[in-house]
Structure formats: C-alpha cells, structure tokens
Design a protein around this ligand. Sequence first.
Ligand SMILES: *Cc1c(COP(=O)(O)O)cnc(C)c1O
Length: 373
Amino acid sequence: MSDPIRPQPGILDIALYEGGAAHVAGMSDAVKLSSNENPFGPSERAKEAFQRAVHKLHRYPSSDHTALRQAIGEVHGLDSTRIICGVGSDEILHLLCQCYAGPGDEVVFTEHGFLMYRISTLASGATPVEVRERERVTDVDALLAACTPRTRLVFIANPNNPTGTMIGLAEIERLADGLPPQAILVLDGAYAEYVAGYDGGAWLATTRPNVFMTRTFSKIYGLGGLRVGWGYGPKAIIDVLNRVRGPFNLSTAQLDAAEAAVRDQDWVDRCRADNTRLRSWLAEALMERGVPSDTSTANFILARFADEAEAVACDAFLQSHGLIVRRVAGYKLPNCLRITVGDESACRRVAHAIGQFKAAKTPAAAAPEGGGA
Ligand SMILES: *Cc1c(COP(=O)(O)O)cnc(C)c1O
C-alpha cells in the first residue's frame, strides 16, 4: 500500500547538499579552504552597516529592496527595476526553477555544474538533464544538442565551480541564440567579480529576452554568512519571480550590509588583485610539486591527482595538517580536490603540505638534488 502522506514528485530524489567541512576533529586552528570564502572577509563598511541595523530590528524590512537594488544598479550600470534580491543566489536559482519548470519539463546543466541546479530542478518536479563538458570546460555544442521542446532552463556558472574554467562571451552569445524559444539561459556569475573586466553576462541579460544573470555577496564580498544574492534580467522574468518571492525574504541587516558592501568597490578591487596574485602563485607551486590544475578564473584551484585514491589520501594528509579542502567526487571529479585561494600564509601552508605528501609518496623522485619538476 502506498503511503498516503508523500512529498511532491522529485523531492525524494534529492541528495542532501553538503557544505564544505569547517572543522577537523581535535584541531581548533584548522584553516578552512573548502567553501570558496573570501579569506579577508567583508568590507569594514558592510560590518558597520550590519551593526547599525541593530537599532531598527523592531521594524519590518523593505519588501521591494529599493535601496539595495538602486545601489547595485548604480555600481553596475544596470536598470534597478530589472534586479531581484534573494537569500543568496541560491534563492534566485530556486525561484527560477519553481516559476519556470515543473513535471515533464527539462532543466539542462553540465556534468561538473553546481549541485544546486540539480536540487532546485528536482524540487520543482522537473527532470535534470546533464551534459558532458570538454576537458572540464563548458561545451556549448553539447548544451545545444541536449535541448528539446521540453527544455525550460539552461544553467551555466561562468566561471564554473568546481572547475574554475570559463567560456568567452561569444560562446555564451552563441548558446543564447541557439536555444529553443521556450528556454531561459541562466548565467550564474557567483565568481564573475574575480575576472577583471567581465560583466558576468549583464550585457547579454540586458539585450536578450532569454538571458538571466545571477550574482552573489557570498564570494568576493566575503558575506557568505549574511545570505544575499541577486538576479538581473528581462523585466517579464523579474515580474514572475517577484510574485513568488517572499515579501520579507531579506532582513534589514542583510539589506543594509549588502548595500554598504556593493558601494565599497575599492574593497572588491583589492580582494580581486590579492586573489589573482595568490592564485597564480598557488597554481605554480602545486604544479612544481606534481599537481596540475586547469587555469582558474575564480578564487579556487581544482587540483588534479593521479586517481581517486591519491586525492583521498592527500585530503586526509592535509586534514592531519589542519588544512580543510573540498573533495569533489560528488561533482564527478573523484581524482580532484578543490582548494580555495586563502591568504598568503594559507597558500604557503597548503603548497608545503602537498609537497610533503608528494615527496612521501614517491621518495625516489624527491631524492635527486637539483632535479626538475
Ligand atoms: C557559491 C556559489 C553560489 C552562491 O550561492 P549563494 O547562495 O549566493 O551563497 C552560486 N553559484 C555557484 C556556482 C557557487 O559556487
């Protein structure tokens, strides 16, 4: 007999999302490099705004988010009436699925795409369609080939997590132009700020009726704990999402801190510069120690090991040295570890530890003096 109390179709197929580990048992000073957080934290101005919000907590927050939307619009040169703010960009992704996909519909994303795409797709009762990447890079031809009359949404993160790779605007444009008429292209720009001069797809979302962009305060803004993200796109889509969004989804503290954060672009510029410098140092240091990675455009490196066993062993070794990185077997990358670019001391520690791990594994290779890589 079937259980009369049952959730909507798809929901029991959802595997629980696991965040990056934050602790190592018995260690109080472990360095967390598992969630792509900004090691320098948020702008001082954002912290001050958060503190000031304490005096307004008896009041309901703004339900239309006008001040935050206008600040984002001014900073990015965007029409603030085409912006929607959410509880992290996760909420925006979720609203897109809820509003545009249901049972019988398909949502397309890539094999190493962000796990939330699958979760939100299943939660809305739609069918996830996973597409191969080309050597850990989004493949536009494969995405277009996967589209059918049932495709309602196509998600790509650019730069992508956990690969760190990205595709160029001409390729994204080709994807947008090639989609069937009922499909929306969602450009997840969670890491867009790390790429100097890249607008995250804002221009395409301004000019195309089928392109939508999502952004977050969780990464370069250093506000993952605050939970604020936003979306930008065609007015018609914004209107639909706003009907379903909770009117008080964001608290006063979230709105005020995010507004102060987006107005402090000096902080963003500093964090981007530091990340670029430390990322190339780390990638080279790992390469010299026999651990290659694709050229990353984000705030993490996808370190590749010989096989799953070596990745697992290195992860355990790093943990025993107080370094927490991210295993990405759940992203179909069992032989890789995703390592967030931390501050300088964290980068040195992780490079040193991986060097020790590699040397211990292959004592012969470590022995010759003056030997190459
Ligand atoms: C971190 C991340 C996000 C941001 O999620 P929030 O809900 O805004 O914290 C979105 N997409 C990708 C690909 C990410 O890695």
